[in-house]
Ligand binder design. Sequence first.
Ligand code: GDP
Length: 441
Amino acid sequence: MTTQSESTTVPVVAVVGRPNVGKSMLVNRIIGRREAVVQDLPGVTRDRVSYDAEWNGRQFVIVDTGGWAPDAKGMAAQIAEQAELAIAAADVVLFVVDAHVGTQDIDEAVVQVLRRSKKPVVLAANKVDDQRQEADAAAMWNLGLGEPHPVSAMHGRGTGDLLDALLDALPDAPAFAEQEIGGPRRVAIIGRPNVGKSSLLNRVAKANRVVVDNVAGTTVDPVDELVQVGPITYRFIDTAGLRRRVKEASGHEYYASLRTQGAIERAEVCVVVLDASETISDQDLRILTMVEEAGKALVIAYNKWDLTDEERRHYLNREIEQDIRAFAWAPSVNISALTGRNVDRLSVAIEQALDGWETRISTGKLNAFLGRLAAAHPHPVRSGKQPRILFGTQAQNCPPTFALFTSGQFDPQYVRFVERRLREDFGFVGSPVHVEVRARE
Ligand code: GDP
């Protein structure tokens, strides 16, 4: 059995507050000082602002807004602007005030922004170093943001309770249907009619052990089939549909496409079977596109290899270069369901694609990559402005999905460029990669 592979969204916590309230020190505390945080100086733009954090087994990304004050505007306006961006990006806002100094006009300005955003806010009253100062924290009720949590970023006092409150405010982890968690990997064999899907399934089932008893902890849909290939058990999706002779029935194309759609949705990885002996068709490309759009891992199987001669293979290579280029990230295997050629290599390709699909890049690594990329290839200037990437985070895996928080709109070409470079640096073999831009206007 293999590991569980649910798609997980890592929530984003933005730390907001005026300079010198101790945001960076608090961030340092929260991430357990695993990563160095620079001094909290107004006007200093840092190259790193977001960090991976974890509390009680729950992961989140913490964004320190401390260093974003590049514009020469009034302090309150700057802070409000930073806050606005961070808030837009965040699932929860950690608003830090200085209990020692008390609230100031700037704090009030941020509170306005927070109210409008309607995002959950956790209020941290910092610099409460001992019990005597807790009264100062209580005074922060007047901000109208609910309970102030007294903390001392310096000494760590109260940070556990603060993190508990933060976790409570995070959106619930996405719920998954019982069958979606863990268990054998779900594989769909798809492709247009007559490419050899059911022959391939039969070949795989014949060469390997078909598991009829229930695998512990999983309920197996009767239309699926469990097959153990080497040490790994796969759940082949809707094999009943694959074996049914709908081919002779009228309207079978329609049912075939319904089946394809349903199988893609339920699968983690799709093996798209193409007939190597025939010209690649629009229908083949549509099916490949469906897999990409559904965000599933992809393996391409060129079947009926036994029917190809040198001339056909020459033309096939040209077709692959022209038509399949957009799917060059997918591992492919040349197989023959008839002779069994290379069929055993499919599981290697499937594992490779699932690995790429599940890849998670740490926020630190991602931002280091984005920093290098932006330095070498900045976004072109648009109407006199230079759109910049403020920070990025991998919002999801399965498939890898990245959110870039930017100043200004990004050209679609540049987004595709970032996507390509992400692939070059991190691989993601066999998986679609999504890049979303969230721009501050
Ligand atoms: P499906 O509609 O995609 O499930 O396709 P089938 O598995 O029913 O195969 C369609 C036809 O192609 C059948 O006559 C198969 O015997 C034949 N076929 C499937 N795979 C191969 C292969 O690798 N080589 C050859 N020569 N014929 C194949």
